[in-house]
Design a protein around this ligand. Structure first.
Ligand code: NAD
Length: 424
């Protein structure tokens, strides 16, 4: 039997952290105990161990997961991560955050997430394709256009989504484009999806800057994690708002340039050399120093638990816009808020990706495709509306944006859960 027991550990597991955030918001909303217990746990947790034929003829067995946290507002939606540190605990946290993210933007999806414990950088393209197709087959009982729709996350991309779609479509005998989002446009993807999460980060930063009276032209930005989200956030903050990108990092390198660097050239450089290190005109700083650089905006866009009680006091940014999921621990949150740092929380700041994934799913299921202007305009409308609904909640309850975003989301999921009722 599950009871509402609040985890208390400092910087504990990632799911612990997600539950602590949930309980803080549920307490403020006065959510009744039975509904709290439902929302505090994941509805379905599915673990698979599966073989992959390696290029040298050997067989390697990998572990993967697919978790559905809550599906009371719609089919489960959430990315698939390939990373050596993936655990069931992490996937559960990411699935819970997806539920809140879909609810805070009011799109009709629940929360899901998947992952395989693997370092895909050590695999050939053929091994990666076989791993993806076998994992897709293993989680086929759960995923589906009407039930659970994966998307890209860390170390997965449009190609991986194309393989998943093809694997499921091969077995059904007809094409099922709506089973994944973040696909290449040529097979039913939507215009604007690749940069959507970064675009959302840019929009969140822009609205937050208005709130704190910060002029973004020339404002300095540091980005941790120069992947899909980090690059596009940097690119759009620079190109559309005139920000100066002064620092960036990936899993192996960190660069700093006080006068600002060209984000497109940095991305091209990373594509050709495999690293940010040595980009002309930049100095190297340590990964720890990067988060503590003087800047107006810090965009953590890598992994969870990067800003902790150990470094939060050293963060100098005026605004932290969370491109990554769960980059700030609850202890760090308190420190940042006390220090007057404005945090735009993950479930709001990086929701652009799932919103445009929703557009992709709508277009796939209707077989009617939109131009990019329509995608961007609708994304802008939803994110700006969501931002000010959260802002309004934060003013009414005199609380920070994270608590306000969670409260906005959890209120909606609790209402849907109650309305559906509990079968006796
Ligand atoms: P990605 O694989 O494209 O990029 C991740 C980047 O982070 C890579 O450059 C990697 O080298 C870097 N990185 C990994 N560990 C690092 C570390 N310890 N320090 C610095 N950099 C590190 O993944 P992505 O899709 O950009 O996802 C990044 C984050 O954004 C994740 O938390 C993900 O869950 C979240 N997110 C992604 C999307 C999306 O649409 N892709 C949507 C919402 C949230």
């Amino acid at each position: 039997m599950i009871h509402s027991q609040k985890p208390t550990r400092d910087h504990g597991s990632v799911f612990d952290m997600a539950q602590r955030q949930f309980y803080a918001a549920a307490d403020r909303l006065g959510i009744e105990s039975g509904i709290r217990d439902i929302l505090a746990s994941c509805k379905r947790e599915f673990t698979v161990n599966f073989p992959v034929k390696m290029d040298d003829g050997s067989i390697a067995v990998f572990t993967g997961h697919r978790v559905q946290h809550n599906i009371n507002r719609g089919p489960a939606k959430g990315g698939i991560r390939f990373h050596q540190d993936v655990t069931l605990d992490e996937v559960k946290a990411l699935a819970m955050w997806m539920t809140w993210k879909c609810a805070v933007t009011n799109i009709p999806f629940g929360g899901g997430k998947g992952g395989v414990t693997v370092n895909p950088k050590l695999m050939s393209i053929g091994e990666k394709e076989r791993l993806t197709r076998r994992y897709a087959t293993e989680i086929a009982p759960l995923i589906g256009t009407e039930s659970d729709i994966p998307a890209p996350d860390v170390n997965t991309d449009g190609q991986v989504m194309a393989w998943i779609m093809d694997t499921i479509s091969m077995h059904s005998g007809y094409i099922q484009p709506g089973i994944v989002t973040g696909k290449p446009v040529a097979i039913g993807g939507t215009l604007g999806r690749t940069e959507a999460t970064g675009r959302g980060v840019m929009i969140a930063a822009r609205e937050a800057a208005k709130e704190v009276g910060l002029d973004l032209r020339g404002a300095s930005v540091v980005v941790q994690g120069y992947g899909n989200v980090g690059f596009w956030a940097a690119e759009l903050l620079h190109k559309e708002l005139g920000c100066k990108i002064v620092g960036a990092s990936d899993s192996t390198s960190t660069v700093y340039c006080q006068s600002g660097l060209d984000p497109t050239k940095l991305n091209d450089y990373k594509s050709s050399t495999g690293s940010l290190a040595g980009f002309p005109g930049t100095d190297s700083v340590t990964p720890a120093e990067l988060l503590e650089l003087p800047c107006e905006i810090l965009v953590p866009a890598a992994l969870e638990q990067q800003i902790t009680k150990h470094n939060a006091n050293n963060v100098k940014a005026k605004i932290v816009v969370e491109g990554a999921n769960g980059p700030t621990t609850p202890e760090a949150d308190e420190i940042l808020v006390d220090n007057g740092t404005k945090i735009i929380p993950d479930i709001l700041a990086n929701a652009g990706g799932v919103v445009v994934s929703y557009f992709e799913w709508v277009q796939d299921t209707q077989h009617l495709f939109w131009d990019k202007e329509e995608v961007d305009r609708r994304l802008e409308d939803i994110l700006v509306r969501s931002f000010y609904q959260v802002m309004d909640m934060s003013k009414r309850h005199n609380c920070d944006m994270r608590l306000a975003a969670l409260m906005t989301a959890i209120e909606r999921v609790a209402e849907a859960t109650k309305l559906r009722g509990i079968y006796p």
